[in-house]
Design a protein around this ligand. Structure first.
Ligand code: FES
Length: 102
Protein backbone atom coordinates (compact mmCIF):
# COMPACT_ATOMS: atom_id res chain seq x y z
CA UNK A 1 0.00 0.00 0.00
CA UNK A 2 1.35 3.43 -0.91
CA UNK A 3 2.25 5.73 1.95
CA UNK A 4 4.18 8.99 2.31
CA UNK A 5 7.81 8.43 3.27
CA UNK A 6 10.07 11.21 4.56
CA UNK A 7 13.12 11.30 2.29
CA UNK A 8 14.87 14.58 3.14
CA UNK A 9 14.58 17.98 4.75
CA UNK A 10 12.84 20.22 2.26
CA UNK A 11 15.28 23.08 2.83
CA UNK A 12 18.25 20.81 2.03
CA UNK A 13 17.30 20.69 -1.66
CA UNK A 14 17.66 24.07 -3.32
CA UNK A 15 15.77 25.31 -6.39
CA UNK A 16 17.39 23.83 -9.49
CA UNK A 17 18.88 20.96 -7.49
CA UNK A 18 18.46 17.27 -8.18
CA UNK A 19 19.18 14.61 -5.55
CA UNK A 20 18.96 10.86 -5.27
CA UNK A 21 17.20 9.31 -2.28
CA UNK A 22 16.36 5.71 -1.50
CA UNK A 23 12.99 4.36 -0.48
CA UNK A 24 13.03 0.70 0.55
CA UNK A 25 16.42 0.46 -1.23
CA UNK A 26 14.82 1.75 -4.43
CA UNK A 27 16.50 4.77 -6.03
CA UNK A 28 14.24 7.79 -6.48
CA UNK A 29 15.29 11.21 -7.78
CA UNK A 30 13.87 14.41 -6.31
CA UNK A 31 14.03 17.69 -8.21
CA UNK A 32 13.33 21.15 -6.86
CA UNK A 33 11.89 23.26 -9.68
CA UNK A 34 11.48 26.80 -8.45
CA UNK A 35 10.35 25.63 -5.00
CA UNK A 36 8.09 22.84 -6.24
CA UNK A 37 9.32 19.30 -5.68
CA UNK A 38 8.98 16.44 -8.13
CA UNK A 39 9.93 12.79 -7.54
CA UNK A 40 10.55 10.14 -10.18
CA UNK A 41 12.44 6.91 -10.77
CA UNK A 42 16.15 7.65 -10.61
CA UNK A 43 17.03 4.98 -13.13
CA UNK A 44 16.77 6.07 -16.75
CA UNK A 45 14.32 3.98 -18.76
CA UNK A 46 16.88 3.63 -21.56
CA UNK A 47 19.63 1.86 -19.66
CA UNK A 48 20.88 1.65 -16.09
CA UNK A 49 21.89 5.25 -15.45
CA UNK A 50 21.22 7.52 -12.47
CA UNK A 51 19.24 10.57 -13.55
CA UNK A 52 20.25 12.37 -10.35
CA UNK A 53 23.75 12.49 -11.90
CA UNK A 54 22.26 14.26 -14.91
CA UNK A 55 21.36 17.86 -15.46
CA UNK A 56 18.19 19.65 -14.41
CA UNK A 57 17.14 22.71 -16.42
CA UNK A 58 13.77 24.01 -15.30
CA UNK A 59 11.42 21.01 -15.63
CA UNK A 60 13.70 18.92 -17.84
CA UNK A 61 16.19 16.32 -16.66
CA UNK A 62 18.85 15.13 -19.08
CA UNK A 63 20.33 11.66 -18.60
CA UNK A 64 24.12 11.77 -18.18
CA UNK A 65 24.66 8.61 -20.26
CA UNK A 66 23.06 9.16 -23.68
CA UNK A 67 21.24 12.44 -23.08
CA UNK A 68 17.61 11.34 -23.16
CA UNK A 69 15.38 14.06 -21.73
CA UNK A 70 12.35 13.70 -19.49
CA UNK A 71 9.77 16.08 -18.05
CA UNK A 72 10.17 15.76 -14.27
CA UNK A 73 6.51 16.72 -13.72
CA UNK A 74 4.99 13.92 -15.81
CA UNK A 75 7.87 11.55 -16.61
CA UNK A 76 7.22 12.05 -20.32
CA UNK A 77 10.08 11.41 -22.73
CA UNK A 78 11.10 14.66 -24.44
CA UNK A 79 14.16 13.41 -26.33
CA UNK A 80 15.50 9.97 -27.34
CA UNK A 81 17.08 7.47 -27.05
CA UNK A 82 14.67 6.66 -24.19
CA UNK A 83 11.16 5.77 -25.32
CA UNK A 84 9.48 4.69 -22.08
CA UNK A 85 8.23 7.39 -19.68
CA UNK A 86 9.56 7.62 -16.13
CA UNK A 87 7.34 6.70 -13.21
CA UNK A 88 6.60 9.77 -11.12
CA UNK A 89 5.52 9.92 -7.48
CA UNK A 90 3.38 12.39 -5.53
CA UNK A 91 5.38 14.67 -3.22
CA UNK A 92 4.31 16.73 -0.22
CA UNK A 93 6.04 18.90 2.36
CA UNK A 94 5.03 18.55 6.01
CA UNK A 95 6.77 21.20 8.10
CA UNK A 96 10.30 20.77 6.72
CA UNK A 97 9.89 17.08 5.90
CA UNK A 98 9.89 16.27 2.22
CA UNK A 99 7.71 13.22 1.70
CA UNK A 100 7.24 10.99 -1.32
CA UNK A 101 4.26 8.70 -1.77
CA UNK A 102 5.69 5.29 -2.53
S1 FES B 1 20.82 5.44 -20.07
FE1 FES B 1 19.73 7.32 -20.14
S2 FES B 1 19.78 7.86 -22.21
FE2 FES B 1 20.80 5.97 -22.17
Amino acid sequence: MARFVTVAKADSIQPGQLVKVEIDNFPVAVANVGGTFHAFDDTCTHEDCSLADGELVRTVVTCPCHFAEFDVRTGAVLAPPATVPLKVYPVRVQGNDLQVEF
